[in-house]
Design a protein. Sequence first.
Length: 516
Amino acid sequence: MSSTLSDRQALWAFVLGCVAVTAGVVAHLPMFAMARTMHYRLAGMPMDAGMIAGMGLIVAGTLVAAYGLLPRDLRAQRLAAADLVVAAPEDAPLGVGHWGLMAVLVIALVIDVMKPASLGFTVPGMIAEYGVPKKTVSLVPFFALAGTVTGSVLWGWIADIYGRKASILLSAVMFVGTSICGAMPSLAWNIAMCFMMGAAAGGMLPVTYALLAEMMPNRHRGWSLVLVGGLGAVGGYFAASGVSAVLQPIFGWRILWLANLPTGLTLVLLGALIPESAKFLLARGRVAEAEAVMRRFGATARRIAPTRVATGNAHALTGVRLYGKLAALSACALSWGLINFGLLLWLPADLVARGYSVGVSSRLLAESALIAFPTVFVAALLYSRWSTKWALVTMIALTLAGLLLVLRLEVAGGGSPVLPVALLIVGSNGIIAIVLPYAAESFPLRVRARATGWVAACTKAGGLLAQAVTIVGVTVSMGRAALLVMAPTALSLLLVARFGRETRGRDLRELDVDDA
């Protein structure tokens, strides 16, 4: 009875926190609405008492929601679950629960990817409204990416304490709060709020991968991770470019941040469809609920006896083979960061500088994303049915082809950017959909988490490097930028071809025994 009461109190605390955060965001909307006659330009306007009170509500609401999600008796629960293993049989079929979870997580990733993807579409508007050079505005994506690096570390810790579902919900609440970036009258406030947005977004992708990996049978794990990640990445970029094409000509660049309010609340509501971990429920004594989750996903629970980890195996993956593979995937991840948070982020501003309107440039990029959309299914098929290693090599090769066409576009001095950008989106989203699952399947248990985490960090490092170049005042044309990015991309192609290994259909424990 006390446990049920505690759960109800926690639920109401979470609901109260969500209401407070939403109210805090709504308190900023009158400022935005009053600027309608100035095409929603707020630069230089003072923040009123309602906005300041709203910011207080957002902070307080986030803390209350976090309190509502925090598990009680955490240490006891960890001890109770220490020797529990919950997993589906290797040959378990996919049911309605699995497909439903994949659909919900795709939507969650679309919303998550949409936030940083929107950065590029806000840059031209911020340059015009604040009257500052591109290198100054580049501080916005730079701090947003710094936030994602911080979030990647922070959310791993949060997911261990709160659980997978709770961490996704808390991230969604923070998304809602960061939508006030659209009503901030100064560039400094935009930079601060974009850092918070990045921190909220930083851990969504690995947490989503972890939740899906825990729920899927081993036989279906690889292709499902690639499909969900790829659809989320392409869908997020398409959603950002689509919203920009439709709404930015009417409401200005700020609407892309204010869109975090409905999308964040949508993610909160979708939380009802995300299952709680059966292991977590068993540890809390909620056996009936845990059994219902396991039936839904065809899983069973068992206790395992403590085992000793073998050490000193002379045949384990070590030395040149291990570090060569790590260097290959790091170069691949770095190239993706340079493209996604460099070339694609600068592209809207570059198209505007070439004479395209904001609406037309956004439409062109949306068309490119739409062309790239079906290739996600091809990437998942190649990864699961053909080869994990060569599927990644293929995506790197497509990305190189896109870079060559961007370079040709610059040299020719004209032409439609749709095909070059489509190839870049196809290749780069194929890379990000494959590289993290492939990294998790490519390293021995003793270094698997660290190696995968390092590869994930390299994707953000590429973006930070790209923005740092702009901030220090180095002006690089799109063609030269494409030429520079081609070097690490070509290097990653050669290294993955040389040091990558096939993981399809192999037991991951073989990595601790032999790399033959």
